[in-house]
Structure formats: C-alpha cells, structure tokens
Design a protein around this ligand. Structure first.
Ligand SMILES: [Zn+2]
Length: 297
C-alpha cells in the first residue's frame, strides 16, 4: 500500500454532477439507492487511474480492463455504501472513492470496523433554501467527524500505510505489522494482503533478482577472474541494479513497497545468500558503486 496525494477539494466537476442528479433519490432510498458504475467510470475513472498509477489502492497490483477479471479496474468505496454499516451519503464523496481489485474488495464490502461504534457518523444534513441536503463538507475523509471514527482500515490518502505495515524478512513476500498495531493487522486480514497469488508474485520478484545477480557473478568471475576493473564491475551489474532501484522508487511499478524493502535489506537478502566470500565482495563492491552513481546523478 502506498500513500497517495489526493486533493479532496474541489470535487471533480463530473462527480459533482453525478451526485447532484442523484441526491434526491439517494436521500429517499438511502442504502437501497442504485449506485451505477457507469457514473463513476465516466466521471472519475481517469483521475483515479492517474493518481493511483492504475494500481489497486490496497495490494498495488496493476489493474486491467478485462470484464469480470479479479484485477479489473473498479471504483470502490472506502467506507461502504451498502449493508449494515452503510454510509450511503458518502457514495459520491471524492475522498471515499479509490481504485481496488475485486480480490481486495471481496471481503471488505460490509466489513468496516470502528473501535467505537457509537462514534459512527450519522447522515450529515444541512438546510439550504428550505431543503434538506447532504452536507458535503462533513463528508470529507479528513473532516473532524470522520477522523474521530478512527477506523481500523488504513486510508491510503490520509496516512502512509507503510508507517503501519512492513514485510517479513523471514517469510519473503508476506506483510506483517510494522509496529504492534491492530489497524495494520485488520487491513492485512480484510484485504487479504497475504493471499497466495500476491505473496507468490512478490516472492518471485525477489527470486528473479537473486538468480540474475548470481548468474552475473558467475559470468564475471569466468571472464575476468580476480582481474576485473571498476568499469567492468559497474557495467556488469548496472542493468540489474537499475531495474531493482528504479522499480522501487517509481510509483507506477507494481509492488514498489516490496521492491523498496529489497533494496533497503540488500545485505541480508542478497549478500548473505552468496556463499563464496570472494563473490560476496564483488557484489558488495558493485552495489556500493551503483549507489554512489545514483546519488551523484
Ligand atoms: Zn487489490
């Protein structure tokens, strides 16, 4: 999960139009109101795609346009619009909408836990021209009432989820709690962030890099023995390190938080996996040279 910088106001014009056209029906039907996906797709899909780099807000998987695929791009509600925990009044609220894959959203639907149910916001109304309408300012995720709910689910537009989440160094690909925190555990469980297809994909990123580095070491030693120069060392590993490094810092890459964890733990995760001391030294030297280059540029 990545922190996303979204400006909550002004509300995108087209979304505002969708809401205004439907507000009367929404207030009449409440959670039975028909929320049509077409309205979201035509109003904010492109904005969300851009903001989230076409990735799921929870699992960082790339989203696609294949109908009924588990990873089809879908506009989802952070606070549920239906069910027993419904916040139907947030159905068209910009700060409540984010892209999610079907898998992360599957269990999420009605499941939205608060530490204190009594703090749950009630339908925020105000009167304008003698008519009761939804008070949009009280619908903002960063508004006083909604912040005071302090929900368990981490909100990627309000906080940096990686302040709460971490990766397990012993069980590669698995999310754990960064700090003993109920919210981190709840988010991992609710969005099933450790489901098998996900941790396998993350683990594979690591396995592939380790294999590439090992192969390159063997190749280098075969060609140069101990007589390699700094230039050969830099050149030899450059493309692999570049892929590792920029994949970690560029938000459009899938699972970049996991990639960053690999770079930050290079010594334990890569150097310590190389058996021959001589090769370990070569890899360590090459990595330092690469980092120096990156820092200079
Ligand atoms: Zn997802």
């Amino acid at each position: 999960m990545r922190k996303i910088d979204k400006k909550f106001r002004p509300i995108p014009e087209k979304l505002k139009d969708c809401f205004q056209e439907r507000q009367e029906n929404l207030l009449k039907k409440e959670e039975l109101h028909q929320f049509d996906s077409q309205c979201y797709n035509s109003s904010i899909k492109e904005d969300l795609k851009k903001l989230y780099h076409n990735k799921c807000a929870f699992c960082e998987s790339k989203l696609n346009e294949i109908p009924n695929d588990s990873y089809q791009f879908t506009v989802e509600h952070f606070r549920p619009k239906k069910g027993t925990n419904s916040y139907f009044w947030l159905g068209y609220e910009w700060s409540n909408l984010m892209p999610s894959c079907q898998k992360c959203n599957g269990k999420k639907d009605d499941n939205f836990r608060l530490p204190n149910k009594r703090k749950k916001q009630k339908l925020p109304l105000k009167t304008e021209n003698g008519q009761k309408i939804i008070d949009l300012e009280r619908c903002r995720a960063d508004g006083e009432e909604l912040l005071a709910e302090n929900p368990f689910l981490l909100h990627p537009e309000l906080e940096n989820p990686m302040d709460f989440l971490a990766f397990d160094i012993n069980k590669l690909g698995y999310f754990i709690e960064n700090i003993q925190n109920k919210r981190a555990k709840y988010t991992i469980d609710l969005c099933q962030l450790n489901r098998s297809d996900l941790w396998e994909k993350r683990k594979k990123i690591y396995d592939n890099f380790l294999t590439e580095l090992k192969d390159k070491l063997v190749e280098l030693v075969e060609i140069y023995g101990a007589d390699y120069t700094e230039k050969e060392l830099k050149f030899g590993f450059h493309s692999i390190f570049k892929k590792m490094y920029f994949g970690a810092i560029e938000e459009q890459t899938e699972y970049c938080s996991f990639r960053l964890f690999l770079i930050e733990n290079f010594e334990i995760l890569f150097l310590e996996k190389i058996e021959a001391d001589e090769m370990k030294d070569i890899l360590s030297e090459a990595f330092v040279l690469f980092l120096n280059d990156v820092e200079i540029n």
